[in-house]
Design a protein around this ligand. Structure first.
Ligand code: AMP
Length: 209
């Protein structure tokens, strides 16, 4: 399956993408994760992307399009998590694909719930596992239950940057909902539930269960 996951920051796209990858073996391409890895490794891409991510702004299309094009090469099944994030990226994606998308899943959640989720998020800087202090705490306390690394707050999960990311989402990314609806690709999933319940809804929305 060729899928795009759409939705505001904090809605749980990454969690659901990883679950689907585990269940079906489809490759997740998460642009945010790739950019954070580039920053951690201090690559030229990371050096260019850092300032934008820290401000909660979108990294320039040319940089992101190139990472996605490289990752998509030769893949017949994939889940794009966090891309496209504006109309220009959506149009570029169409050009990159040799076969059209099967579906775009839109995860819906109200703003208050998004802010609560982003505020409690903790990530493992080593293996990328994602936890939530209340909804999904690590069994190893303040360390990653998979690899034992101390958990951290994502740098862009501070209140000021969160506000900006939500604004950028509303202005630039939310118009993609109507865009993909008009192409008959959109599947809506209500994300106001536990990760397990949202996953069941996702499978249903994709006709997999
Ligand atoms: P995420 O992990 O998806 O929340 O992404 C974190 C940050 O990475 C975003 O706030 C952007 O600064 C940057 N980013 C991720 N994906 C994209 C994209 N498709 N286009 C531009 N910037 C992106």
């Amino acid at each position: 399956m060729r899928l795009v996951f759409l939705g505001a920051p904090g809605v749980g796209k990454g969690t659901q993408a990883k679950k689907l990858e585990q269940a079906y073996g489809w490759t997740v391409i998460a642009t945010g994760d790739l950019l954070r890895a580039a920053i951690a490794n201090n690559t030229p891409l990371g050096q260019q992307a850092k300032q934008y991510i820290e401000r909660g702004e979108l990294v320039p299309d040319a940089l992101v399009n190139q990472i996605v094009a490289e990752r998509l090469q030769g893949l017949s099944d994939f889940i794009l998590d966090g891309y496209p994030r504006n109309l220009a990226q959506a149009e570029m994606l169409e050009q990159m694909l040799s076969q059209p998308l099967d579906a775009v899943v839109y995860f819906a959640l109200d703003t208050e719930a998004l802010i609560a989720r982003l505020g409690g998020r903790r990530i493992c800087p080593n293996c990328g596992a994602v936890y939530h202090q209340i909804a999904n705490p690590s069994k190893a306390g303040d360390r990653c239950e998979r690899c034992g690394t101390p958990l951290v707050v994502r740098e862009d999960d501070n209140p000021e940057t969160i506000r900006n990311r939500l604004k950028v989402y509303e202005e630039q990314t939310a118009p993609l909902i109507a865009y993909y609806e008009s192409k008959n690709l959109l599947r809506r999933v209500d994300a106001d539930a536990t990760p397990e319940e949202v996953f069941a809804r996702l499978l249903q929305a994709l006709g997999l269960q």
